[in-house]
Design a binder for this molecule. Structure first.
Ligand code: F6P
Length: 473
């Protein structure tokens, strides 16, 4: 498999030269000069449409990016991923979260969750877990809980979070779900011990380390496959608490949505392949336009947990400075990913995206939450792309029609974004959305020649904290 530096690829050099031609190109002028552009830079996928007409690219850019993907051996790496080859070389593991989206992989947890929902023995379920053992299930439950059960999440070792989650809960009618792939994460084990000391003894463990869970005294132990990374485990039993919140039908829909995107990713040419397109656009923005921050802006309250989820998925996967063969990368990799839900975000940090001196790229996710949200998402994307300079040097005051806008009212524009528009937004669409970003992350790892499936950088801080448990300065 190809592990040479991407900067050695002929396409990379061509892209560097090509980027020079784009430095001063104006999206506003492009739109005016080529009205068909917004019809052309569109890709259709299962239940969604990607509009990337506000990205600073043209047809040649996309062809050069596709050439780069070919020179990086994208097809071979994708085949190796789905063939279960050990592409996570530093952990000597395959990467198999896609397998959880098919067949009866989830049968056991669906049955148990349904019986818990039916029996009504438990009034409250407390998920104790952090990172991938919290962010995915929390997003899923927050997005599609049907209210049948009171399901809460505790990730922090700050006792206040556990206290609040347990407030008013009877030990006999409360179930703890302790989710930890390693079953060694300090915060999760401490919270489980603390809850048990408080008399909460009903406990299910979800882990890839059943021996440790049994030693901890867990009765029921649900498995997480070793070859499923924490931040890719939302498809597994790690989502047990969320399945209790959603019910098995919705979870099956969620899995089916992920499977649909696997088929789309495997079978769609690059130009119409949404995960691959998002990956290529991201590399273009980071490595050729020098844009090192990426906002994820879901225009739906039910997706308010999505930015936090994607922060782990993207930054823990591709926040790497060493390539697949141990060389320091001489190029940028994962941008800073951040975000918040629309429309509240417009009244929070969008000021910086609109008028800050540095461009920030963005994904707007239009999750069919209503016309007002769709129109605001589109308006924000247009303001970022086309600014107020359209056709004039200083811009027109849209309110007064005045020709001259004072400098503090001007928007430079040319800030790239994509709009991912869903026809409706069900649990199946959430499955599609998450799988989309997973394959985007994988594809960027191939382009940047880094291992997207390990996270060695998280260990030093844990070791130092363990050496100094009191935090003495
Ligand atoms: O410290 C980072 C990390 O290892 C993540 O990769 C993981 O999702 C999280 O901690 C929780 O790990 P575990 O599920 O093993 O408790």
């Amino acid at each position: 498999m190809i592990t040479t530096a991407p900067t050695a690829c002929p396409a990379w050099k061509k892209l560097e030269a090509h980027a020079e031609t784009w430095r001063d190109a104006s999206l506003a002028e492009l739109r005016e000069g080529d009205p068909a552009r917004s019809q052309r830079q569109i890709a259709e996928g299962p239940g969604m449409r990607l509009d990337y007409s506000r990205q600073r690219i043209g047809g040649l850019t996309l062809r050069l990016l596709a050439q780069l993907a070919a020179e990086r051996g994208f097809d071979e790496w994708r085949a190796a991923l789905f063939a279960g080859e050990k592409i996570n070389t530093t952990e000597d593991r395959a990467v198999t979260h896609m397998a959880l989206r098919t067949g009866n992989a989830a049968a056991g947890i669906l049955e148990l969750a349904n019986s818990i929902r039916k029996q009504k023995r438990y009034k409250r379920i407390i998920n104790l877990g952090t990172g991938g053992s919290d962010l995915g299930p929390r997003l899923l439950a927050d997005a599609f809980s049907d209210g049948a059960l009171d399901v809460r999440f505790v990730a922090n070792v700050d006792p206040l979070e556990l206290e609040r989650a347990l407030a008013g809960a009877e030990p006999s009618t409360t179930l703890l779900v302790v989710v930890s792939k390693t079953f060694s994460t300090q915060e999760t084990i401490s919270n489980a011990e603390a809850a048990r000391r408080l008399g909460y003894k009903n406990l299910i463990a979800v882990t890839a380390n059943p021996d440790a869970a049994a030693q901890f005294g867990a009765g029921e132990i649900l498995p997480i496959p070793d070859s499923v990374g924490g931040r890719f485990s939302v498809w597994s039993a790690a989502s047990f608490s969320a399945v209790c919140a959603l019910g098995s039908d919705a979870f099956k829909e969620f899995l089916a949505g992920g499977k649909e995107i696997d088929d789309h990713f495997l079978g769609t040419p690059l130009e119409q392949n949404i995960p691959a397109l998002l990956a290529l656009l991201g590399v273009w923005n980071v490595n050729f336009l020098g844009i090192h921050a990426h906002a994820v802006l879901p225009y739906a309250h039910r997706l308010r947990q999505l930015p936090a989820y994607l922060q782990q998925l993207e930054m823990e996967s591709n926040g790497k400075g060493v390539d697949r063969v141990g060389r320091a990368v001489g190029y940028a990799t994962c941008p800073v990913v951040f975000g918040a839900e629309g429309t509240p975000v417009q009244h929070a940090f969008m000021q910086l995206l609109h008028q800050g001196p540095r461009a920030i790229a963005a994904d707007f996710i239009d999750a069919a939450a209503g016309e007002v949200l769709s129109s605001n998402a589109q308006a924000q994307a247009d303001a970022l792309a086309y600014g107020t300079t359209a056709g004039t040097t200083a811009g027109t005051d849209v309110a007064t029609g005045e020709a001259e806008l004072p400098p503090h009212r001007r928007h430079p524009g040319n800030r790239p974004s994509s709009i991912l528009k869903f026809r409706q937004f069900t649990a199946r669409d959430l499955g599609r959305l998450i799988a989309l970003y997973e394959h985007k992350v994988f594809t960027q790892g191939v382009l940047w020649n880094i291992n997207s499936f390990d996270q060695w950088g998280v260990e030093l801080g844990k070791e130092l904290a363990a050496k100094n448990p009191q935090g003495a300065h």
